[in-house]
Design a protein around this ligand. Sequence first.
Ligand code: GDP
Length: 456
Amino acid sequence: MLNLDTIVAPVTPPGEGGVGIVRLSGPQAVTYLKNSFRSKTKHEEFESHRLYYGQLFNADEVRLDEVLAVVMRTPRSYTGEDVVEVHCHGGIQIIRSVLDLFLAAGARMAAPGEFTQRAFLHGRLDLSQAEAVVDVIKARSERSGQVALDQLEGHLSRKIYAYSDQLKSALALLEAHIDFPDDEVGSLDLASLVEPIYAQVDEMVALANSFDVGRVLREGVSILILGRPNVGKSSLMNALLGEARAIVTEVAGTTRDTLEESLVLAGFPVRLIDAAGVRETDDPVEKEGVRRASSKARSADLILLVVDGSTPLNAEDRLAIDQCQIDKTIVVVNKDDQPQCIDFSHLKEFSHKVSVSAKQMKGLDSLCTVIAERLGRDSLSAAGEGLVVTEKRHKDALLRAIVSLNAFFEGVHLSAPYECLAMDLREGLNSLGLITGETTPDEILDQIFSRFCIGK
Ligand code: GDP
């Protein structure tokens, strides 16, 4: 057990609520509770993981609140230390006075993420699990939450440990042959040593690539609705919003020429942006709107290019078409409820076209399916075991490990000395350790935990 002081912080968000929870963690946590908690039923010791009802008093015997208190004794607690949680009324003043009580007793205010950092230091969580805590809290769709929860439960860590174990056993064999001559330990069969690592590197590459999906799940994507005026962009936006029925937030900063909404589409958190109608104009206000639409087209993850299927394409449509990058555009042929007379020759480069009627809410399911495919839903299921890398840090560490292992393969091919081969394996192991935190430098650890909120 590490010798650490006792820390305290509110774990519920600031503001008023039915209940506010203050958490203590450290060797003195239970003593601080005992000294201030009174209850009708006499008990010498708090049983672990049991809720006690009573009153909290400060050192001047002033009653602070009626509370429920729970003690979770080491090591069966979030941090791995003795943890106390006091459930008081969720008022700003009450929480303040409960905090003051424990601070006066000798506790220290916890830094952001310090409870989780202690869980990491005590081996309750490894680094990738600790990082997932923030993602679980911040998840904006069910699917993002699920991926974060899997990471918290150790799905990613288990995979990384399995990779490391494989490399460690190869390294042990190599080192035995470095330290002892072949006639003592028998000759080394390099082929059988390399084979499983080959297969492992293939998996590692797939895992690193899953970051494309992981990023989308974690950060969300921006989808721009683009097209000339009157093709039905606003109608499509409203139809998709109605279909999703899961508007997460009203995005502030909506301007007169673009309108943004957040929603969940096919499990992905999405920012849907309705750009101003694109048309040639001399009007400075409209010109500015069009300029913004073009810049949004460049930065959007996906573009829904809306055309009106009931009229031939015109010069304004072609202006909008010119703004679209082909590989990230889905053509939405709207007004499918009307007789169609569109000529697709100007749209033949685009491989994804979906007919819809925004007005009659038709074809939206197919559109959502195509959007989900483009956002990588397929690679999500192909990643198997639902394993997805959501942190750039993890992807980079995997890529570094892959580089070292490729150097190892090259070394084997060139019959390099065992010492060199062992060095490449050690570097590979080191990079994998960055993901689970075994080899992560302290300043990076501090940086990671400082992203957490107070009380986590
Ligand atoms: P925007 O300027 O591109 O945003 O287009 P709007 O959404 O304002 O729609 C322009 C006009 O087209 C409105 O009169 C809509 O009612 C009409 N409209 C939009 N979608 C459809 C559709 O699917 N079918 C038909 N028939 N009319 C539509």
